[in-house]
Every structure is written in structure tokens, then in C-alpha cells.
Design a protein. Structure first.
Length: 692
């Protein structure tokens, strides 16, 4: 590129995008655009704050709170604009240069956030408005309370020494969280099993073999390559008869972050726990969990432990029986001797499930062609809510794998943009998540600015031999993330900071987990589950086997989630400095929910992104909390019909469209007519309530 064209080029973040629905211009953004936009965004932010605090007029809700929420006429929030794109891509499509820039920018951005929240003149105005304001709508009152509370929880009431210490804590924690994630991604991508002897593929289904052959070809290698990405790892652990290779795979997966290399996360985890504890205590809380739970449905540590312990009491007797059945299934294998190791669990669980229900994931896979699953999931949204999806190839995307859709409401009006990013690749974190590139809000002119939502997953890839064929578990993952996206797409709130998924974190999983319920419903499966070669529908008797096998190992799965909740709470209920060795501490923390002997050479903590880098610190219990809600909510649909539009409209109006504008229990009761109970969950899982 010559200097003349370089001079003419403008940073795309600095001007109107001029794309369909003002979507991010991924095709025009370059690496060098980010830092320039970050720094200009900070400058503009500071300029707006100066304008606000120097306003000679008496502080009001409109000239202090709304000004910051809305920005000023035509002066969009540049910092939010660039941050959204950059940090979303840092998870979905990163590289070494972006990682380095993130390390450079993170302290600068954290310092700026602290400068805003610790600005005494700005807080004085907010405090004045909090005490003296005009009559507000419930949503305006929620925004004001959140704004005031956000400043207080960020240290606005501290003295100067306290504020300085808080700056140090937050800046260090933000950098360490980033380092944790980058280390984990590198560890995940570093390990492979390369097989050249076809005999070592024994037991593996064709889909796993074909995917591994394709992976090898892409790497310029002969044979078959297996990775720690879920579509490769899960089938290998389930089907491979090569116990030594299963052990290699398991140990690689479960020792991420504890190797003696530059990606070791042990000390990072200890430091993060201590930084968060000190931050909470600086702000007047006994523990970090107390700090977090103040703004959660659970409310306090006692309520969280009550939920986790109730689940242990209810599910553990069944889980013990499940393990005994598994031991019995494996008992005839001479290779095992007396020991059922963790790398044997998936293998023998599959054998037992096959024996009991004559069903496994590979039987179903031919009926779950990704393109048809997409049609099915979109069709479900249409049946429930009347919305439609249309792919628009004029909307820029950040990778060829990504599809962009326009979403239209039942009256034909434009509702949202929906991005779908389905498959694993080098620069992408593992797992699945929903995010936004633009949140929903109503601007000062009254225009309803619609959201741009995205789901990012790591589903089975197509191969030269076959299209992408999913497991039932992957279909459930899609439904889960799609549920989050509906929460974003249906949002109809005045303020962006209250819209969509900006809700208390033990409520945010309700819309997502609710959608998973449809995965085994015959009426839903009938709409899309057709054999990819013959076009034959999924047979009734296979659907019946799916339903019957639904609760296979359900108690064990529940205890696994509870164990993660216990581990999370153990770290973040500490009142004193954390000095323990991570691995022994971990094994002790979740012991109550663990069946079988624990290994001291594996570690969950060092790869537990949710609680170390993902915002779920002292909040992992949310998945089980929301499961109680989702089972209770779906029972209403089961009563009236799973496609009942009146029930769906109530769910949309009272929960999906309201964001965080009211207390979530108020919203839930408005839909349900009462508070939820654990009964629907116990019934769904086939568990009898244990008296205690």
C-alpha cells in the first residue's frame, strides 16, 4: 500500500459504519485501528465527563445519569464500540498480535474505568441525584440505583488511600484474568495425539475418524490427529478402546495450567482469589462471595449453600447407585483390575447406556445435520414467537465460518442481527457463549436501536465425506446459546445497561437452560431431525429411547455441577489470605459431592475460566439456581403445549423483553404466578425428594 492510500484511509471506528443495520465492518478493521480507537474513545469519554461535572446547572437525572447512558447527539460511545469488537474477537478469532495488544491495553482501560468510578466530582453529582430527583419510571429508578450502587461498589466512598489500593487491585486482577485466558488457550491448542497406525483407531466411529483425518491434512500430516477441542475430545473418550490413549487425552485435558512452563496458572489463580478477597474487604464485605451475592437472587452465602446441599441430599443416593452400576459394567474387564479411572468413565457409561437403552450419540448423529438443526432451532423460535431468520451475506463477518442473519418480528419488522459461529479453529477459545456487538436501547429521539447478538460454539465440523453432523449434546448446546440470544434479541428496554442479558447472573441462565428442554420433545424433533442421506425422519422408537435415557447418569451430572459450585464458593468465602496449595485445596473443597477416589495430579481450578476469568466468581451456583427456574418455567409449557403461543408470549413479555429493569423474582412471578420450587427439577430428573 502506498503512502497516499494510507493517508486517505480512515479508521472505520471513527465514522458511520455504512453497513446493513450499522453492523461492525469486520472486513475493513485492521489491527492498528484498535489502539487508536481505544485512546480516542478514552479521550472522548473524559471530555463527556468533564462536560457533565462542569455543568453549572443543578444535577438532575437527565443532565447527569442519562447524559452518560445516551452519550451526546451524534457522538456515539466510541470506547464501547471498539471494546465490544476487540474483546469479542479476542475470544473468537485472536492471534499473537491481538493477545499482545490486549496485554498493553488492559491496564490502560482498567485505569480509565477506575478514573471514572473514583472521580469525586462525578460521584457527588450522582449522589445528589440519588437523593433528590424527579418522579422516575421504575426503569429510570433501576438505572439510577444501579449507577449509584456501581460507583459505591467500585470504591467511590473510600478515602484516598483506599481508592489507590483499589486501583492497584483491579488493575492487577484484570491483567491476571487476561493472562489466565491466554495461557489456557495456548495449553488447549498445544496438545494433540497423532495416530498413524489405523489399529489404534479401534472403537472410534467414522465421524471421529474422518474429522481426525481432516485435522491431520490441515496440519500437513499423515494419519489422524485428535485435539482437546470438544468435538474431537468427547468422542475419543467415549469410544476409543485404547485405554492408554484415553489416559493420555484425559491427563492432557485435566492438567491444563499446571505444567512447569510459561502457561502455568497455579499462582495466577491464588493471586486472583486474594485480590478479589482484598477488594471485597476494602469495600466493607467479609468475603468476595458476600460482595457478589448482594446483587444476586440468592442474596447471601447461606442461600447458595442451602441450594447446593439440598441438591447433594436429593441426588447423591441416586448417584451412588449410578456409580455402582458403572462399576458392575466395567467389572469384567481384566485391563481395569480393581480400579475405574476417570478416563474410563465416559467409555463405560456409553457401554452401559447402550445396554440399557440401545442408544448412543452416533446413532442420532445422522439425523442432526447442522443445516437442518439450524432450520429446526429457527423454526422453534418461529412457532413460539413468530420470528423469522434470513441470511444476509452483505453483513460483514470476521471469519468465513460465521453466518449473519437478519431477524424479523412476527409483524415483519426488523428485530435484530444474529451472528452464528459454529466450529473450532486455532484462534478460538473452547466452549460456547453468547455475546453482543450492539445492545438494545431506545435513544433520545425515541428510536428503538435493535441489538446485534452472536453465538459462538465449537460444534462438529463438516468433512469432505460428510456434512456437519451433531450429537444430541451439541444440539442442546446450540439451544442453550440460542436461548441467551433470544434474551438479547427480544429486549425492549429504554437503557442499554439494563437491556438484554444485563441481569443478575443467577437469572441470566434461565432463558438459555429453558430452551434445552425442547431437545428431547418429539414435536420439536419431528420438525428437523431427518437422516442426512435418506431423508427419513428420526424414528419414533429412537425418540422414545432418547426420552427414556434422558435421566441416565443425571444424578452424577448434577453432583458434578454442584462440585464446581462448592469449589467456587470455597475460594470466594475465604476471609483470610489464601495460602493453600491449589490442588489439595480443590480436592477438599468439593469432596462432599465427589464419588470415587480423587487424583492429585489433575486440576480443575487452573482451567476454570468461569470463576477465574469469566465473571462467574462466587456465581457458578447460578447454573443450578437457574435450572430450578427453567424446570419450573417449562412445566407451564408442558401443561399448555410446548408450542403454546400464549404461554410463549407471556414468557417473552415478562422475562425475555424486560432485561434487568426489575428484580428478577418479580419478573419470574409475573410469568409464573408464584415463586419456583425445586419440585419440577426433581420430577424432571426422576429423583425422589429425600427427607432431611
Amino acid at each position: 500500500m502506498n503512502s497516499e492510500s494510507t493517508e486517505k484511509r480512515k479508521n472505520p471506528f471513527f465514522e458511520p459504519y455504512n453497513t446493513p443495520h450499522d453492523t461492525a465492518p469486520f472486513d475493513r478493521i485492521r489491527l492498528e485501528d484498535y489502539e487508536e480507537a481505544f485512546m480516542e474513545g478514552i479521550r472522548r469519554d473524559n471530555e463527556l465527563i468533564e462536560k457533565t461535572i462542569n455543568n453549572p446547572a443543578k444535577p438532575t437525572f437527565d443532565n447527569t445519569i442519562i447524559d452518560k447512558e445516551d452519550q451526546t447527539e451524534g457522538y456515539y460511545d466510541l470506547l464501547d464500540r471498539v471494546s465490544t469488537v476487540f474483546f469479542n474477537l479476542l475470544s473468537a478469532e485472536t492471534n499473537d498480535e491481538m493477545d499482545a495488544l490486549a496485554q498493553k491495553m488492559q491496564p490502560i482501560l482498567t485505569q480509565h474505568a477506575n478514573d471514572v468510578r473514583l472521580n469525586p466530582r462525578l460521584f457527588e453529582r450522582i449522589k445528589y441525584v440519588h437523593r433528590h430527583h424527579r418522579k422516575l419510571t421504575p426503569e429510570e429508578k433501576r438505572l439510577l440505583d444501579n449507577c449509584y450502587d456501581g460507583f459505591v461498589r467500585s470504591g467511590a466512598l473510600l478515602d484516598e488511600a483506599g481508592k489507590e489500593r483499589l486501583r492497584q487491585l483491579t488493575e492487577e486482577a484484570s491483567l491476571l484474568s487476561l493472562q489466565f485466558s491466554q495461557n489456557l488457550l495456548k495449553e488447549n491448542k498445544a496438545f494433540t495425539i497423532h495416530i498413524t497406525d489405523e489399529a489404534q483407531l479401534d472403537g472410534l466411529p467414522d465421524t471421529a475418524r474422518e474429522a481426525a483425518a481432516q485435522e491431520a491434512r490441515q496440519r500437513g500430516q499423515e494419519g489422524w490427529v485428535f485435539t482437546l477441542d470438544s468435538p474431537s475430545y468427547s468422542p475419543f473418550m467415549t469410544y476409543s478402546t485404547q485405554r492408554d490413549l484415553r489416559q493420555q487425552m484425559y491427563m492432557a485435558y485435566n492438567t491444563k495450567g499446571i505444567h512447569e512452563n510459561s502457561e502455568n496458572n497455579l499462582e495466577i489463580c491464588k493471586r486472583l482469589v486474594n485480590l478479589r478477597r482484598e477488594l471485597a474487604q476494602l469495600l466493607g464485605f467479609k468475603t468476595y462471595a458476600d460482595y457478589v451475592l448482594k446483587n444476586r437472587m440468592a442474596g447471601n452465602v447461606k442461600s447458595v449453600y442451602k441450594l447446593l446441599n439440598d441438591l447433594i441430599d436429593a441426588y447423591k443416593p441416586t448417584a451412588i447407585k449410578e456409580r455402582e452400576a458403572l462399576m458392575k459394567e466395567a467389572s469384567g474387564n481384566q485391563e481395569l483390575g480393581e480400579t475405574l479411572e476417570p478416563w474410563d468413565i465416559a467409555f463405560y457409561s456409553h457401554k452401559l447406556k447402550l445396554k440399557k437403552y440401545n442408544i448412543d450419540a452416533e446413532m442420532l448423529r445422522p439425523y442432526f445435520q447442522l443445516d437442518k438443526v439450524i432450520d429446526g432451532v429457527f423454526g422453534l423460535a418461529n412457532k413460539l414467537y413468530g420470528i423469522t431468520f434470513k441470511e444476509n451475506k452483505d453483513i460483514p463477518v470476521y471469519h468465513p465460518d460465521v453466518k449473519a442473519y437478519e431477524v424479523f418480528d412476527k409483524d415483519g419488522s426488523y428485530l435484530a442481527v444474529f451472528y452464528a459461529d459454529f466450529h473450532p479453529r486455532k484462534g478460538k477459545q473452547g466452549g460456547a457463549w453468547m455475546t453482543e456487538y450492539q445492545g438494545q436501547f431506545i435513544d433520545k429521539k425515541g428510536e428503538n436501536v435493535r441489538p446485534h447478538v452472536s453465538v459462538v460454539m465449537n460444534l462438529t465440523k463438516p468433512t469432505p465425506e460428510k456434512p456437519a453432523l451433531l450429537t444430541l449434546g451439541e444440539v442442546e448446546t446450540f439451544l442453550h446459546e440460542f436461548g441467551h440470544s433470544l434474551h438479547g434479541m427480544f429486549s425492549n428496554c429504554r437503557f442499554e445497561s439494563l437491556s438484554g442479558t444485563n441481569v443478575w447472573w443467577d437469572f441470566v441462565e434461565l432463558p438459555s437452560q429453558f430452551m434445552e428442554n425442547f431437545a428431547i420433545e418429539k414435536e420439536f424433533l419431528r420438525t428437523f431431525a431427518f437422516h442426512y442421506e435418506t431423508g427419513e425422519p428420526l424414528p419414533d422408537e429412537l425418540i422414545e429411547r432418547i426420552v427414556k435415557s434422558r435421566n441416565f447418569m443425571a444424578a452424577t451430572a448434577c453432583l458434578r455441577q454442584v462440585s464446581f459450585g462448592l469449589l467456587d464458593m470455597a475460594y470466594y468465602t475465604k476471609k483470610d489470605a489464601f495460602t493453600d496449595d491449589i490442588i489439595p485445596f480443590e480436592k477438599q473443597a468439593w469432596k462432599k459431592a465427589i464419588l470415587g477416589k480423587q487424583r492429585m495430579d489433575t486440576c480443575m481450578t487452573t482451567q476454570f475460566s468461569h470463576i477465574m476469568a469469566g465473571g462467574y466468581a462466587a456465581g457458578y451456583y447460578s447454573y443450578k439456581w437457574a435450572e430450578v427456574l427453567d424446570a419450573d418455567a417449562f412445566s407451564v409449557f408442558k401443561k399448555h403445549g410446548i408450542f403454546d403461543q400464549k404461554t410463549a408470549q407471556s414468557f417473552r413479555d415478562n422475562i425475555l423483553s424486560r432485561g434487568g429493569t426489575e428484580n428478577p423474582m418479580v419478573l419470574y412471578k409475573r410469568f409464573r404466578g408464584q415463586e419456583p420450587t425445586i419440585d419440577a427439577l426433581l420430577k424432571r430428573n426422576g429423583i425422589r425428594k429425600i427427607k432431611h
